[in-house]
Design a protein around this ligand. Structure first.
Ligand SMILES: C[S@@+](CC[C@H](N)C(=O)[O-])C[C@H]1O[C@@H](n2cnc3c(N)ncnc32)[C@H](O)[C@@H]1O
Ligand SMILES: [Zn+2]
Ligand SMILES: [Zn+2]
Ligand SMILES: [Zn+2]
Length: 267
């Protein structure tokens, strides 16, 4: 069974000399059992499909739908919920033209810009136009890592005073950890790698699945955002999701700043 044909459009590029990828990819093989399990997940296809002919917006009608609100007309908006998002895919009978349950699969929004952030003293990501609350920004795409490889890279970054890009997404079901997804865009990544951490962020992350059991880490607007605002999310996540590992002093300059960036162990 093949993964959906990629229809993802991404015209952005890096200012840094590293490979630009459109969506997360497997880390290089290290022959470990952990890697084999990760690769098995990466290469599997979710076989669930809907049999809709409509818009796939109402969860009572469409088993995939319910998370995206399409009533805005200009933009598809994520409803604020802690549930993971399951988008429609190539196996669904709905039409791409009418289905509103497809967003992250089309790639990042337009009008994003990498810039030198004066607040953080490094690069950041901003929008040149306003974004409504719930609007999709982009995937936080990078190499999918095993926990052992993530620990090695974290140590290497720390010992060499490098910036850390590793994001650990923990998904829970009734308080039990169900799945851990670790993404590192330090070597290969997309525009999402330029999002800085803020203790009072205007964006948040949500797990989005299309046809792979490994979710995309989707970044969404947490409130209405003005043109030229820098886009940030809380690296510690909220509720169901955590954590970009760091623990260094925080430069976010928000009145709610705790002084430090989130820090977490990889189990
Ligand atoms: C995912 S990258 C963000 C993009 C990065 N600023 C760049 O120039 O490529 C994460 C790194 O950015 C820096 N950073 C992000 N948010 C920060 C914050 N609130 N305070 C201090 N440094 C931050 C840290 O060096 C962190 O390891
Ligand atoms: Zn569907
Ligand atoms: Zn659909
Ligand atoms: Zn802060």
């Amino acid at each position: 069974m093949n993964r959906s044909e990629v229809s993802l459009q991404d015209d952005y590029e890096h200012p840094d000399p590293l490979e630009y990828i459109l969506e997360s990819v497997l880390m290089p093989s290290d022959e470990s059992l952990e890697y084999k399990l990760l690769a098995d997940d990466y290469n599997s296809v979710l076989l669930n499909q809907c049999h809709c002919s409509g818009v796939c917006e109402d969860s009572k009608i469409c088993p995939h739908g319910g998370q995206y609100d399409c009533s805005d007309g200009n933009d598809v908006l994520l409803r604020k919920t802690s549930l993971p998002v399951l988008e429609c895919n190539d196996l669904c009978t709905c039409s791409r033209n009418t289905c509103c349950n497809r967003l992250a699969q089309y790639g990042p929004r337009k009008n994003l810009e990498i810039f030198d952030s004066p607040v953080f003293g490094s690069k950041g990501l901003r929008t040149t136009v306003g974004i409504s609350k719930g609007g999709y920004i982009c995937e936080y795409a990078g190499e999918l890592l095993t926990p052992s490889e993530a620990k090695k890279r974290l140590l290497y970054n720390e010992e060499n005073g490098l910036m850390n890009y590793i994001l650990v997404l923990n998904e829970y079901a009734s308080e039990k950890k169900q799945q851990v997804t670790i993404v590192d865009p330090s070597r290969r990544g997309n525009i999402g790698r330029y999002l800085n951490h803020s203790c009072e962020p205007n964006c948040y992350i949500a797990a989005v699945r299309i046809d792979c059991p490994i979710p995309k880490i989707g970044i969404f607007a947490a409130r209405d955002i003005l043109a030229q605002e820098e886009l940030c999310f809380h690296y510690g996540g909220e509720g169901q999701l955590d954590n970009l590992v760091d623990g260094k002093p925080c430069l976010c300059a928000s009145s709610k700043c705790t002084g430090f960036m989130p820090s977490t162990e990889i189990e």
